[in-house]
Design a protein around this ligand. Structure first.
Ligand code: NAP
Ligand code: G4F
Length: 318
């Protein structure tokens, strides 16, 4: 089996590539041209995957990469994925995260229409939530240009499934984290800050809304759900979540406690990290994915935080 992964240099792309290799897939990964290589997260598997240069902004490059690899499965994980940047660069975010999905789908339709397609949809589409917990039928109400772009990407995937009969599925994944999470996201910002404070390299962490609640899971568990969704006989969309929400404050409290420190002595509130429109609460119901795909969360919230803090301590200790 051959798999084609966009966003392979990102958090999820690196875990998914590991999973696919462990299952015997030939893995093709899309990378975009850059003046310096950005392959840290895939350095350990670099010699076992084939990288192809293409960009979500460039239709021809996507079609050529697919024509070259002719994959059985395609995982579209590439996106501008940081919510605050979507207010600073709304048009670019729409191009990457929204229209980029149409470019991928067009490339699939015209090059390898029998391939199975996975779209990385997001719980950010629920935004100002219309019911709690959120499930596959909950109405979307995106609150950021990123959420709006993801909602477009979600519906265009559904549309290509219904218009052209593509085996296209959309995973509505709630927040998932790991030691490979980008440093700007709140979980990694906290665990990195905790490690630096513990080692005497910093004195505080400046954060925005401590009351925001998220349903946080471990990225390594979530890529398994992506794969299971693609194997499903009938192409259908699923929510992937843990079913438990925690506040940013809770996250900070636990992260500091893992190194024997009290969070209140180090966390400073900073307006600069508040958002123009906030998503206050995300809490998913993974019942359908558990029942129909047999997927289950394996790594607890506390265990994940510990993994992240330990990895950051190790990184700063060398
Ligand atoms: P990430 O770490 O930010 O990775 C994003 C990837 O997209 C990187 O490999 C990046 O490449 C690539 N990319 C960005 N723009 C591109 C372009 N124009 N052409 C080609 N590649 C491009 O994101 P992640 O956390 O792994 O998330 C993976 C996907 O799931 C994203 O679509 C995200 O929006 C979605 N999602 C994530 C979560 C979550 O909690 N992590 C939840 C729901 C949905 P560079 O390395 O070159 O920048
Ligand atoms: O970690 P965050 O930046 O993630 P956010 O906005 O929930 O988005 C992530 O999850 C989505 C799935 O729901 C993905 F689609 C998306 O690509 C991304 O992976 O922020 C989480 C919460 C927010 O409510 C934010 O206001 O933490 C709050 N927060 C408080 N202080 C902060 C900070 N967020 C960041 N990044 N930095 C802070 O200092």
């Amino acid at each position: 089996m051959k798999a084609f992964v966009t966003g392979i240099t990102g958090q999820d792309g690196s875990y998914l590539a590991e999973l696919l290799l462990s299952k015997g897939y030939k893995v093709y990964g899309v990378v975009r041209r850059s003046s310096s290589e950005n392959y840290d997260r895939i350095a350990h598997i670099r010699d076992r995957i084939q990288l192809l240069q293409a960009d979500l902004l460039d239709q021809v490059s996507l079609s050529q990469a697919l024509a070259y690899s002719m994959p059985d499965e395609i995982y579209n994980l590439a996106a501008q994925s940081f919510v605050p940047t979507s207010w600073a660069q709304p048009v670019l975010t729409a191009e990457f995260t929204g229209t980029g999905v149409t470019r991928m789908l067009e490339a699939v339709r015209t090059t390898c229409p029998k391939a199975k397609f996975y779209q990385a949809s997001s719980s950010e589409m629920f935004g100002k939530v219309q019911e709690t917990p959120q499930n596959e039928l909950t109405r979307f109400y995106p609150r950021s240009p990123y959420g709006v772009a993801k909602t477009y990407g979600h519906y265009i995937t559904v549309n290509y499934r219904e218009s052209y009969g593509l085996h296209a599925v959309s995973g509505i994944l709630f927040n998932h984290e790991s030691p490979r999470r980008g440093l700007e996201f709140v979980t990694r910002k906290i665990t990195n800050g905790v490690a630096r404070i513990k080692l005497g390299l910093d004195r505080e962490i400046r954060l925005g809304n401590l009351d925001a609640k998220r349903d946080w899971g471990f990225a390594g568990d979530y890529v398994k759900a992506m794969w299971l969704m693609v194997q499903n006989q009938k192409p259908t969309d699923y929510v992937v979540a843990t079913g438990v929400a925690h506040s940013v404050r809770d996250f900070a409290k636990i992260a500091f406690a893992t190194v024997g420190l009290n969070w209140e002595n180090f966390v400073v509130s900073d307006q600069a990290f508040m958002r123009p429109a906030e998503v206050e609460l995300l809490l998913g119901n993974p019942g359908r994915a558990e029942k129909e795909l047999g997927w289950k969360q394996e790594t607890s919230f506390e265990k994940m935080i510990e993994l992240m803090v330990q990895a950051d301590l190790k990184r700063h200790s060398v």
